[in-house]
Design a protein around this ligand. Sequence first.
Ligand code: HEC
Length: 108
Amino acid sequence: MYRPQILKATLIAALAGVPMAAQAQDPAETGRALLQEFCASCHAIGKTGDSPRPGAPPFRGLNRSYDLDTFPRQLRAGIVSGHPDMPEFKFNEADAHAAGVYLRSIQE
Ligand code: HEC
């Protein structure tokens, strides 16, 4: 099965010189790489900084409107939301889990 998210994360890891074994052991780092790839063009994904796209909420405040226990499930089902020009994203189970772990680590 072709899984572009995994492929991209793998590519990022390879470019950054991160051994895959180490990456697999750290879901937070995998999650950060995924959000960097798919979301950071609009959303601030770190603990500080403004979103590049005005109106896109920084992810560090996500737990104010979302239950982070169920958010990974939403990522798997596909985030559609009311985003006018946000493409629809669908994460596989491992990626959704990784994104959830990372998101939890940056909440203020
Ligand atoms: C092309 C720009 C763009 C990209 C890329 C993007 N978003 Fe968004 N997103 C927005 C905008 C603009 C809003 C606020 C407007 C809205 O909610 O309709 C938003 C809102 C959201 C919200 C709602 C936040 C809240 O507090 O209600 C979530 C959740 C979200 N985005 C998740 C993601 C995730 C996860 C990704 C990456 C997989 C992503 N977005 C990628 C533009 C984007």
